[in-house]
Design a protein around this ligand. Structure first.
Ligand SMILES: C[S@@+](CC[C@H](N)C(=O)[O-])C[C@H]1O[C@@H](n2cnc3c(N)ncnc32)[C@H](O)[C@@H]1O
Length: 297
């Protein structure tokens, strides 16, 4: 059976063309991985913009893999001290942020909010200043299927829950009620588009490899990796690819290996240990942290 992933195209939209830089930074809280992989040695990581690989390199030997050569080259440049660049995800977020004043979200209020540390006060502030009917209507329109279909390939949308706008608003509300803004770089990236702080890392601990994660893992030694962090690469892949990746992870995993897998979808019952609430990026429906060899369950 053919197994496919839409990420192969290196583009988020439905138009064909050359592969592009999609992510100038990552929107995944690497503290999840740092906690999950404590005491582990070898980690297989999706490269994306490189943030997670760089954060893990302090304590682990990291293989950072990406199917999109443009993205992989950027992650490698960053590891060598290169500057942050703008990807298509940042362009889309910048466009959404331009709408903020229409919803009454002004720079002064945003900065006041982002300086807060008391999460109960943040929750109140969110309700009083941001969760306005204009925000709800505008955000839900932006996140509606017809608008998303204009920008993204169908494979990146098929798994999203109905009323995705309302679901995402709930995730944000939950996140702001849990994580102190002043210490949350992901909140600043989301609301102001600020690129993260420089990450100084033991870059010599990272090997960058180009290719599809399943194919690469299939070709390597068995029982080699103690940790896997696969971003949300299954958002955009078909069932056959999912099954193939699961087999490849199981084969490459040591008995005690841990797997971290994210999704923008809502959690199914098979997700036992969903850490989505703990992820300071606040966007995820699923941050599944589990034994890599139980990935079939
Ligand atoms: C899944 S995307 C999502 C971005 C992510 N949520 C973030 O915050 O950076 C991350 C990266 O995974 C890569 N990717 C997707 N599917 C892959 C696969 N099967 N094998 C290797 N890399 C893959 C994409 O090229 C992209 O650079």
């Amino acid at each position: 059976m053919k197994s496919e992933t839409a990420w192969q195209a290196g583009r988020l939209g439905w138009r064909s063309g050359s592969q592009r830089l999609l992510f100038g930074r990552m929107y995944e809280d690497a503290e999840i991985e740092r906690a999950a992989f404590r005491g582990k040695r070898r980690v297989f990581c999706i490269a994306s913009a490189g943030d997670t690989a760089l954060r893990l390199a302090d304590e682990h030997e990291v293989v950072a893999c990406d199917i999109n050569p443009v993205q992989l080259a950027y992650a490698e440049r960053r590891a060598n001290g290169g500057p942050a660049e703008t990807g298509d995800a940042e362009r889309a977020m910048r466009f959404a942020r331009r709408m903020m004043p229409l919803a009454g979200w002004h720079a002064r209020v945003l900065r006041e909010f982002l300086a807060m540390s008391d999460v109960a006060a943040q929750a109140t502030f969110w309700r009083e200043h941001f969760d306005t009917w204009r925000f709800r209507a505008g955000f839900d329109l932006l996140m509606s299927a017809p608008v998303l279909r204009m920008m993204y390939a169908r494979e990146f949308l098929s798994f999203l829950p109905r009323k995705f706008g309302a679901v995402m608003r709930k995730r944000l509300e939950r996140g702001f009620a849990r994580h102190a803004n002043a210490a949350n770089p992901y909140a600043r990236a989301l609301l102001l588009g600020e690129s993260g702080e420089e990450i100084s890392a033991k870059k010599e601990n990272i090997s960058f490899v180009a290719g599809d994660a399943a194919s690469w893992l299939e070709s390597r030694e068995e029982k080699y990796f103690d940790g896997f962090t696969l971003s949300n690469i299954l958002d955009g892949a078909d069932e056959a690819y999912r099954a193939r990746l699961m087999r490849a992870v199981q084969r490459a995993a040591t008995d005690e290996a841990i797997l971290v897998l994210r999704s923008f979808g809502e959690p199914s019952q098979s997700v036992e240990n969903n850490r989505a609430e703990c992820d300071r990026a606040m966007l995820w429906g699923v941050v599944d942290v589990r034994g890599a060899r139980t990935f079939f369950a």
